[in-house]
Write a protein that binds this ligand. Structure first.
Ligand SMILES: *Cc1c(COP(=O)(O)O)cnc(C)c1O
Length: 379
């Protein structure tokens, strides 16, 4: 049997919806992930791939993580700790809260699913930005809730309008820094927003990229948690901590919100290897610092290089840059693949000429710029 033909971003699924499927599924397309290294190596016969489509840590696996994984491997015939207690204690200490304020799960994606299962009834409104992380709208639709999109203003989430839309909403999701724009909302803006938010709405702040931010105005959500009981902060080990392949993310919120998570989550959402690696990476300060420094230097270089190509990009606080390629980005992304370069075209955010490029190593970034120059010149 031959492999199914690759489906383009945002193209409707070619498979007919099963007649017994829940009606909500008609409004949802299967998630289309970034291209994988293996797929591109095989299809284009290139050995060295710059994988800059999924915002992963470009520094590879830290030797300390490898050690930590080997140290627990002999225990995998046993179920893991169902509550990730040791990891929760560590994370709670960082936020200055007790462990009953933390729920760890199988990536932030799974934390979001639990949030939806715990708080979104059919017909509930869920206010989100546009463009923003696509999982939010899919989550609402899946549960027959209503995603309410508020367009960004000058590429930043429009918190005043999001607050305005939250009067009759159950949930507002603030992605900060926002994926795919890379922009942030400031502490004073977030606090003004939280002050306006009615007690009937949960404020979810997804800080998947917080560790890359260097703007001192970035919100200190740990300080806000004590004062705003409807605030839920999300963090992940997939980005700066380099554990995307192990799936660990968590929520910090009041114990009664965490209790709701615990009612809907799977019994053993985080496996033994993932728990051990996440704990070890919290001690791996050199690795995290190196990732931060590489990102800060290379993000500046990438933005300048894109500007030299006369392409407009949005100043980013995250580990990716959103850039207008001036042509169908799907097409440009496809032409980059034979060069062994993977980027993420913007169709899924309804930005068909834009693409999101992950900040890679110095080498990878020079490759993506050189390949872009070639591909754009050939048009
Ligand atoms: C990458 C990303 C996530 C996913 O995190 P996981 O912990 O890997 O599931 C969540 N939110 C945003 C905004 C992201 O970009």
């Amino acid at each position: 049997m031959s492999a199914p033909k690759e489906q383009a971003v945002n193209e409707p699924s070619k498979v007919r919806l099963h007649p017994l499927a829940r009606k909500a599924l008609a409004a949802i397309e299967p998630y289309v992930p970034g291209r994988s290294t293996e797929e591109v190596q095989e299809q284009y016969r290139v050995s060295n791939v710059a994988k800059l489509g999924s915002n992963e840590n470009p520094l590879g696996v830290s030797p300390r993580i490898r050690e930590a994984l080997l140290a627990v491997i002999d225990g995998v015939h046993r179920y893991p700790d169902p509550t990730s207690a040791a990891l929760r204690r560590r994370v709670a200490a960082r936020f200055g809260v007790t462990p009953d304020h933390v729920c760890v799960s199988n990536g932030v994606d799974n934390v979001l699913t639990c949030l939806g299962l715990a708080f979104l009834d059919a017909g509930d409104r869920c206010v989100i930005g546009a463009p923003t992380y696509t999982a939010y709208a899919a989550l609402a639709l899946m549960l027959n809730a209503i995603p309410v999109e508020v367009p960004v203003h000058e590429w930043r989430l429009d918190l005043p309008r999001m607050a305005g839309a939250s009067a009759n909403a159950k949930m507002v999701i603030v992605c900060n820094p926002n994926n795919p724009t890379g922009t942030i909302v400031r502490h004073d803006e977030l606090e003004a927003f939280l002050r306006r938010l009615p007690a009937t709405a949960l404020a979810v702040v997804d800080e998947a990229y917080a560790e890359f931010v260097d703007d001192p105005a970035f919100p200190n959500t740990a300080a806000l948690l004590g004062r705003y009981p409807n605030l839920v902060v999300l963090r992940t080990f997939s980005k700066i901590y380099g554990l995307a392949g192990l799936r660990v993310g968590y929520a910090v919120a009041t114990p009664d919100i965490i209790d709701c998570f615990n009612r809907v989550r799977e019994p053993f959402p985080v496996d033994r290897l993932a728990q051990a690696a996440a704990e070890a990476t919290l001690d791996d300060e050199a690795y995290v610092r190196a990732a931060y420094e590489n990102n800060r230097t290379e993000r500046t270089w990438l933005a300048a290089a894109l500007s030299d190509l006369e392409l407009q990009s949005i100043p980013s606080q995250a580990n990716f840059v959103l850039v207008d390629l001036g042509h169908q980005a799907d097409d440009v992304a496809r032409r980059l693949l034979p060069h062994g370069v993977i980027i993420r075209p913007g169709a899924m955010w309804r930005l068909p000429t834009w693409a999101r490029i992950t900040v890679g190593t110095a080498d990878e970034n020079r490759r993506v710029i050189a390949s872009l120059r070639t591909v754009l010149a050939a048009r």
